[in-house]
Design a protein around this ligand. Structure first.
Ligand SMILES: Nc1ncnc2c1ncn2[C@@H]1O[C@H](COP(=O)(O)OP(=O)(O)O)[C@@H](O)[C@H]1O
Ligand SMILES: [Mg+2]
Length: 250
């Protein structure tokens, strides 16, 4: 579903991603873990063009978002293609990013109507179904300000799903939540994984990485240090840095 090769990304003189590659198969759930500042968010943001890569290539479902040209530099597809390809990926952020002046339902139907041109009559029942799925249909007419953090994040997930992405990218979806609210969000994500959604999840939740993810990618200082099936990774991390990180997290 995603094939990223040798992504290099710098901010000024600082090389934040140093030849990071990823293959993400259909229905696969991959957890990206690693210390703060290791480039996890930047990596996710490079995959859906929230950041522009300097070098390397990204393909999504066989379509080229950016390709490496002579000298290693990356060249992006045309704007219309970039937008279309990026729409295959839904993203959920740590900070929810709901529109505060819109109700829960309006938040969910907004992008399908304005970006995809869907009719209200078509998207509203779909949005209600998604809200039911994340357990929030009874909040459809509430404003985000009235919701708990866990509820807001579940709305954000429903909103991303309303665009019918083939791949979901999560950037620390539970990090802004009180501990007692992380469970409801992780359960929603597990449910998605059980339905065979393809997911790339940056997370500090080692339980989720171990139990739900098929594979773990451990990043440090802009590089992938270790990549293994999650059972192997948690049983016997191979690299000193992964062992140290795990010892600290568990
Ligand atoms: N827009 C930006 N401009 C400059 N530096 C950035 C920017 N975004 C991230 N960085 C830097 O890139 C490095 C990796 O950041 P990030 O991808 O957010 O790491 P992580 O998500 O693993 O905590 C950090 O040193 C961070 O300060
Ligand atoms: Mg981050």
């Amino acid at each position: 579903m995603i094939e990223a090769r040798d992504i290099v990304k710098s901010f000024g003189p600082h090389r934040v991603l140093d030849r990071v590659s990823l293959t993400l198969g259909q229905g696969e759930v991959v957890a990206v873990i690693g210390p703060s500042g290791s480039g996890k968010s930047t990596f996710l943001r490079c995959l859906n063009h929230l950041e522009t890569i300097d070098e390397g290539s990204v393909e999504v479902e066989g379509e080229t978002l950016a390709r490496a040209v002579a000298g290693g530099r990356s060249q992006y597809a045309g704007d219309a293609d970039v937008r279309r390809i990026c729409r295959k990926m839904g993203m959920v952020f740590q900070s929810f990013n709901l529109f505060p002046h819109m109700t829960v339902l309006q938040n969910v139907v907004e992008a399908p109507i304005t970006v995809k041109g869907m009719a209200r009559s078509e998207i509203v029942p779909k949005a209600e179904e998604l809200l039911r799925k994340v357990g929030l249909l009874n909040k459809r007419d509430n404003y985000p300000g009235r919701l708990s953090g866990g509820q807001k994040q579940r709305v954000a997930i429903a909103r991303a799903l309303a665009m019918e992405p083939d791949i979901m990218l999560f950037d620390e979806p539970t990090s802004a939540l009180d501990p007692e609210l992380t469970g409801e969000v992780l359960r929603t994500m597990k449910q998605l994984a059980d339905e065979r959604m393809t997911m790339l999840v940056v997370t500090h939740e080692m339980g989720f990485a171990r139990e739900v993810a098929h594979r773990v990618i451990f990043m440090d200082e802009g590089r992938i240090i270790e990549e293994s099936p999650s059972a192997d990774f948690f049983r016997a991390p191979q690299q000193a840095r992964s062992r140290e990180f795990l010892a600290h997290m568990l």
